[in-house]
Write a protein that binds this ligand. Structure first.
Ligand SMILES: Cc1ncc(COP(=O)(O)O)c(C=O)c1O
Length: 420
């Protein structure tokens, strides 16, 4: 199988797979099939190498001490910041490193200059990470939260959105939405949403946890104000994520986590805030994580985001077609796999979703996820509680290192389990 890179070089999938050590692992003498990429992607060797290099060669703290090791890590972090920012179409002073996507959204929830009575609008299909921060603020009576009901086929309804934002007459200050849903893989029409939101005076925060794996995410081209991502979903290490924006937007935020490095100076009664982006990066940072994140971005560029997208959609098409020939299978979301990017969420009539995922694992080393995927609010809607999806779904999510053979194995395994 060959992937055509953006730079028109042929990239052999079998060669690429060798970069991911865990893919050669066998459990009970059988290879593993990793289809849990929406939860966490695997890391290529290069990411691990650069992180090890940090610990072996320059394990210092950046920007604090003035010695060789500290200067080396400072330079590596600075270069990494520039690389990652560029990948998302931002400048290097407009990226704030966080622990993950959740922390990036919480940063906005805590730092956005909301006034009492302001409103945050989400969709009805948000991950808890883009719902709970707003519910918490609402419980503190600081803001109001409302949502846009999905339209037909559970897709984003532009009509419902326009109606709602118009009715609120300028009170909506932030539209905070998921880019690609982690339950059905559907991507929201962000450019149009941003245009409408801006017309009504609202900023837009985009949760790109899922989309950044296999879509070009360029903050300028998408026309949004803030982007939240996690490194561990795009081949990078755990424990690092980012909030990406513009200088103008970040300058308007209040400070959130404060402490070492977030101030230029302090007295016993006051302090002078640091410049961007350090103002928002309190305490000693995850330097190996940031360096590993940059190596992951470099690797993604080498393979080519368009290639990745094409490949995971192709795998999803094969898998969806295979499952649709089986009895008792219902897929969540549009029939057309292309609209679900790398995600295939489904149920088998009469089978418990957790049992199915356990059987896939125990019988065939096929690793998927089951349940509500942290989108409980959607599964808890009255109509969904009465539907086939009341227990959640079994979710297979594909990565570019997955193969058609693995998909075939998966379809056969689902068939076997459905007939048990
Ligand atoms: C759509 C979406 N948003 C947010 C998150 C939260 O990401 P993290 O746990 O990396 O902070 C996830 C994680 O699965 C997700 O799928």
């Amino acid at each position: 199988m060959i992937l055509e890179s953006l730079f028109n070089k042929k990239v052999e999938l079998t060669e690429l797979r060798k970069d991911f050590t865990v893919l050669s692992r066998q459990i009970n003498n059988k290879p593993i099939v990793y289809f849990d990429n929406a939860c966490m992607s695997l890391r290529p060797k290069r990411v691990l190498e650069v992180m090890e290099e940090y610990y072996n060669k320059f394990p210092g703290c950046a920007g604090r001490s003035n010695h060789t090791i500290s200067n080396e890590v400072g330079k590596a972090v600075d270069e990494s910041r520039e690389k990652i920012a560029k990948f998302f179409g931002a400048d290097k002073h407009s990226i704030i490193f966080t622990k993950n996507c959740t922390e990036a959204i919480n940063l906005i929830a805590n730092a956005f200059p909301f006034k009492s009575g302001d409103l945050v609008l989400t969709t009805d299909k948000e991950h808890n990470s883009n719902l709970l921060p707003w519910l918490r603020l609402e419980k503190k009576w600081e803001i109001k939260h409302d949502w846009v009901e999905s339209g037909v086929k559970n897709e984003f309804s532009m009509d419902n959105f326009i109606k709602k934002i118009t009715e609120y007459k300028g009170k909506v200050k932030l539209v905070s939405i998921v880019h690609t849903s982690n339950i059905d893989g559907v991507t929201n029409p962000v450019k149009d949403i941003a245009r409408v939101a801006h017309r009504h005076g609202a900023k837009v925060l985009l949760d790109c946890a899922q989309s950044a794996q296999h879509q070009e995410i360029n903050i300028k081209k998408l026309g949004v104000d803030f982007i939240a991502v996690s490194s561990h979903k795009l081949l990078g290490p755990n424990g690092v994520g980012a909030l990406i924006s513009t200088k103008e937007n970040l300058e308007q935020l209040n400070m959130f986590l404060v402490g070492g490095e977030t101030v230029k100076d302090s007295t016993i009664v006051d302090f002078v805030p640091e410049d961007l982006p350090e103002r928002f990066e309190a305490g000693l940072q995850n330097y190996p994580g940031i360096i590993g994140f940059a190596a992951a971005v470099e690797y993604l560029e080498k393979v080519g985001i368009r290639n990745i997208h094409k490949h995971v959609v192709k795998l999803n098409e094969i898998a969806s077609k295979g499952l649709s020939t089986l009895k008792g299978i219902t897929i969540l979301g549009p029939k057309d796999a292309e609209k679900r990017s790398g995600i295939l969420s489904f149920v088998i009539k009469g089978k418990n979703v957790h049992e199915v995922s356990l059987l896939l694992n125990n019988m065939h080393n096929i690793m998927v996820r089951s349940g509500a995927h942290c989108v409980h609010s959607w599964f808890n809607k009255e109509e969904n509680k009465k539907s086939l999806f009341k227990e959640g779904t079994i979710r297979a999510s594909f990565g570019f290192y997955n193969t058609e053979e693995e998909v075939e194995k998966f379809v056969n395994a689902v068939k076997e389990i459905s007939e048990l």
